[in-house]
Write a protein that binds this ligand. Sequence first.
Ligand SMILES: NC(=O)C1=CN([C@@H]2O[C@H](COP(=O)(O)OP(=O)(O)OC[C@H]3O[C@@H](n4cnc5c(N)ncnc54)[C@H](O)[C@@H]3O)[C@@H](O)[C@H]2O)C=CC1
Ligand SMILES: O=C(O)C1=N[C@H](C(=O)O)C[C@H](O)C1
Length: 252
Amino acid sequence: MVKVIMHGCNGKMGQVITNLIKEDREIELVAGVDPYKGIENPYPVYDSILEVKEQTDVVIDFSNANTTDKLLADCIEKKLPVVLCTTGLSEEQLKKVEDAAKEIPVLKSANMSLGINLLIKILKEAAKTLAPAGFDIEIVEKHHNLKVDAPSGTALALADSINEACDNIYEYKYDRSQERVERDTKEIGISAVRGGTIVGDHEVLFAGPDEVIEFRHTAYSKGIFGKGAIEGAKFLKGQQPGRYDMSDVIGE
Ligand SMILES: NC(=O)C1=CN([C@@H]2O[C@H](COP(=O)(O)OP(=O)(O)OC[C@H]3O[C@@H](n4cnc5c(N)ncnc54)[C@H](O)[C@@H]3O)[C@@H](O)[C@H]2O)C=CC1
Ligand SMILES: O=C(O)C1=N[C@H](C(=O)O)C[C@H](O)C1
């Protein structure tokens, strides 16, 4: 049995996971952490990981980037592996994630779904052929109107996977409204749309001379992220300190 603290338990993803775990005999939520207390849960809810009394194997985090520094410090103090799903982390925070991974197991992924993690692999291959052939790359992501960070962590992860496959030649362009210049070949454009209840939609366009290839992933429910995070927690229990991602969980 994998015993889990749900960090951000009273948010949208915290509640998705609370409900999914009720159906799973291999994993148990022993506590939650959230400053918001307006929801009844089948486990105690604390203000901080340091207050949790229950024996725990792994922390799953879907909360807010404002709290990531404290989350990492608390997980290090309690020697707890963490599945880090929160997006919108700064460069400085990304560095802290790498530092934390020297002391505890850290599984970080901006998108826990099988589809996006497969797309990451496919894009690396596509980019190796299409980028040298002069295809421009644009990413368009769409999310619900409650999302606070933009662009999405997934859009950045997709861009990073392409960039990595192309020897990191690309800069990311988030806004074309401030200058009157032609598109630079060494850029990946990233655009964010917010509206309604869109769960998550990512399109990657390779636009070349007289032909366009589009890759698209559409999430129809938050359950796909919840399932991935639960599998991530099962994987992370008992691992050595280090940096892991969903490719470690799904396998090559
Ligand atoms: N990696 C992935 O697959 C996915 C990542 N996300 C990311 O997860 C994060 C949360 O998403 P949602 O659940 O939709 O947001 P939400 O706003 O519904 O929930 C966030 C929860 O975190 C709580 N929180 C705030 N400060 C906290 C603190 N100091 N300690 C513990 N909890 C705290 C809030 O009270 C709230 O209940 C976002 O960054 C989002 O982009 C969301 C879906 C999938
Ligand atoms: O906030 C969300 O909802 C989501 N956030 C993640 C992101 O920023 O990429 C993953 C998913 O698309 C849903």
